[in-house]
Write a protein that binds this ligand. Structure first.
Ligand SMILES: NC(=O)c1ccc[n+]([C@@H]2O[C@H](COP(=O)([O-])OP(=O)(O)OC[C@H]3O[C@@H](n4cnc5c(N)ncnc54)[C@H](OP(=O)(O)O)[C@@H]3O)[C@@H](O)[C@H]2O)c1
Length: 265
């Protein structure tokens, strides 16, 4: 293994973080920037939050740009990857993180578009971003793709998250299949599966937040919920050369949850 003399775990790398404006994506963009990557910070609606992340990376001496794109839209995904390459010359690291949840009862959901929207952003967005960025990575014979799945995609079963869980479960097989497609070209593809993390995603539970957070903490070996920075450090590791022989894996980061469904292997 060649050791770089440059400081930083991802020094000289170019990264695109989808949903980099808030939560886990924000923490990941900052960690990558801190460790020497130039970062394209994708956002959907929240321009000012993305601009803050860019400013923070620049204040640390790094470089970043904010890129607006709805990753549920095929054409916008293509444009987002092209803009990253035109801003920084290449793309080495793709973090497919953008996401959200509609908390709905699968059997009685009235607006079925909510399921489609989650599939568009989580499944189709990740598929097309991996395809588009993967082509650049194949050409340069180097790349790192990290998908943000969820413990729900593995088999936890909180109420009203079945459509969401389905949209996250597919990311696990996508991770394995893209690892096979891209492995011969020096590209690794891994996923992280976070448990209950304190971000706007969970804070959107509103009045229920404290009760749900306490319940989720009680289901873990560590008896607490997680912070976005803890997930970001795992993603940073998978994006770095330290993880050079890891691919096709989904790594759970949930404090040791004990409530996974076990009806099948
Ligand atoms: N928090 C948890 O407990 C938890 C657990 C397991 C998995 N996850 C997963 O972790 C990922 C990040 O979640 P989070 O907790 O950090 O959520 P968050 O704080 O709500 O942040 C969501 C991010 O995704 C972006 N986004 C949403 N829809 C988008 C779209 N269509 N196109 C582009 N960007 C979009 C948002 O951009 P704007 O700022 O522009 O809205 C924001 O940057 C998600 O995939 C989520 O499913 C979270």
């Amino acid at each position: 293994m060649a050791y770089s003399a440059m400081p930083g775990m991802v020094a000289g790398r170019i990264a695109l973080v989808t949903g980099g404006s808030r939560g886990i994506g924000r923490a990941t963009a900052l960690a990558l920037g801190r460790e020497g990557a130039k970062v394209a910070v994708n956002y959907s609606k929240n321009r000012s939050a993305a601009d803050e992340v860019v400013a923070e990376i620049r204040s640390l001496g790094g470089d970043a740009v904010a890129l607006q794109a709805n990753v549920g839209d095929r054409a916008q995904v293509k444009h987002m990857v092209e803009e990253t390459v035109s801003a920084f010359g290449k793309i080495d690291i793709l973090v497919n993180n953008a996401g959200f949840v509609y908390r709905v009862d699968a059997m009685n959901m009235e607006d079925e578009n909510q399921f489609e929207e989650m599939m568009d952003v989580h499944m189709r967005g990740t598929f097309y971003a991996s395809k588009d960025a993967g082509k650049h990575m194949v050409g340069q014979k180097y790349g790192r793709i990290i998908n943000v799945s969820s413990v729900s995609g593995i088999g936890t079963a909180s109420a009203n998250t079945t459509p969401y869980a389905i949209s996250k479960g597919g990311l696990i097989i996508m991770t394995k299949r893209f690892a096979q497609e891209l492995g011969p070209y020096g590209v690794t593809v891994n996923a992280v599966a976070p448990g209950f993390i304190r971000t706007d995603f969970t804070l959107s539970l509103g009045k229920e937040y404290e009760v749900k957070a306490e319940a989720a903490a009680g289901l873990t070996a560590l008896r607490r919920i997680g912070m976005p920075e803890e997930v970001a450090e795992l993603i940073l590791f998978l994006a770095s050369d330290s993880a050079s022989f890891i691919t096709g894996q989904t790594i759970t980061i949930d404090g040791g949850r004990r409530d996974t469904l076990s009806m099948s292997a």
